[in-house]
Design a protein around this ligand. Structure first.
Ligand code: PBG
Length: 331
């Protein structure tokens, strides 16, 4: 880097002196096109149920969700990610509801695609919403078994692709699932369906409110540290990303967001592939809670967090605040 002449020749405040020049020299940009909105869906009709630990976030019945997704689309948001709150009676240890072609996710995806064919729909592939034990994988004698889980994920991915998902997003962190999922999707005639791999997903305490939202938290015994990554590790994130790319991932996800900006930067710089970041439920909840107390200015901290993700190298941001932020950006 060239270090220019010092003061008084160089006055950095000159490029900050007015809004117009600050806009001209801004490096990171933020637009609705950079945002993905996660939506929670539940059974029933004309229902909209608040999630207590996520102020402003609700679980929608399918009909209400389709309307909300239409609003997101009108704001310029390119894609939504569907997460189901499954009726507890349908949660089992073998997770079989996950590959029922008429399960809540598949019904929701079909309804969105019928109403809004050109919004991207992302189907999360992991067993936790369907698992009586709350884990992302099948549990056998207290162990989360890898290869059996991957086989189950393939069945889940194929029913979701058949329902109309444009992107399959494995968020379970089993080894080898991206390659096996790619083969399963190709074999079922879905070679054009993308894989957005949660390649770098940490065993984070910031997921608590999400587990409330989908009703998986209560059942979960122990933690997810035997499959999700250790927050201490950065080099390991690059190994995870490299393996998923080798197995055929189209896009990588880093999750959570704000505590892992260094990882977003390293992944983006190392691989130069589309890299998304997930502002997870706990990040959202802490900003909203502080704003509700009047301790932080909600819009400003959301925009600043999103800009931080973009500056770190994220191509797109998954956030529960996506619709609110898209509204702000539209002015
Ligand atoms: C699990 C899954 C989780 C999230 C998305 N998919 C949580 C977990 O690993 O328990 C978290 C999202 C959030 O906290 O916003 N497959």
């Amino acid at each position: 880097m060239i270090i220019p002449g010092a003061f008084p020749h160089t006055r950095l405040r000159r490029i900050r002196r007015a809004e117009w020049v600050r806009r001209l020299v801004a490096e990171a940009r933020l637009a609705p096109a950079d945002l993905i909105w996660p939506v929670f869906v539940m059974a029933g009709h004309d229902l909209c149920e608040p999630v207590a630990s996520m102020p402003g976030v609700v679980r929608y019945s399918i009909d209400r969700m389709v309307t909300a997704v239409g609003e997101a689309k009108a704001l310029g948001i390119p894609a939504v990610a569907v997460f189901p709150a499954i009726d507890p009676v349908l949660k089992t240890a073998d997770c079989r509801e996950a590959w029922n072609p008429d399960n809540l996710v598949c019904r929701a995806v079909r309804a969105i695609k019928d109403a809004h064919p050109d919004i991207g729909v992302i189907g999360d592939v992991a067993l936790d919403p369907f698992n009586a034990l709350g884990h992302d994988g099948l549990v056998v004698d207290g162990t989360i078994v890898n290869d059996e889980t991957v086989a189950a994920l393939c069945r889940q991915a194929v029913v979701q692709a058949r329902a109309g998902c444009d992107i399959i997003a494995p968020s379970d962190m089993m080894d080898g699932r991206v390659g096996v999922l790619r083969a399963a999707l190709d074999g079922a005639g879905f070679a054009d369906v993308l894989i957005l791999s949660y390649a770098v997903k940490y065993a984070s305490a910031f997921y608590g409110p999400f587990r409330d939202a989908i009703g998986s938290g209560g059942a979960l015994r122990g933690d997810k540290k035997t499959y999700q990554m250790d927050p201490a590790n950065g080099d390991e994130a690059l190994r995870e990303a490299a393996l998923d790319l080798a197995e055929g991932a189209d896009i990588l996800m880093v999750k959570p967001g704000l505590p892992y900006l260094d990882i977003v930067r390293r992944v983006k710089e190392t691989f130069a592939v589309p890299t998304f970041v997930y502002q997870v439920s706990g990040e959202y909840a802490m900003l909203k809670a502080a704003a509700q107390h009047g301790w932080l200015e909600e819009n400003a901290v959301m925009l600043e967090s999103f800009l931080g993700f973009r500056r770190a190298g994220a191509d797109a941001i998954v956030s529960y605040a996506a619709v609110a932020v898209a509204r702000l950006l539209q002015g």
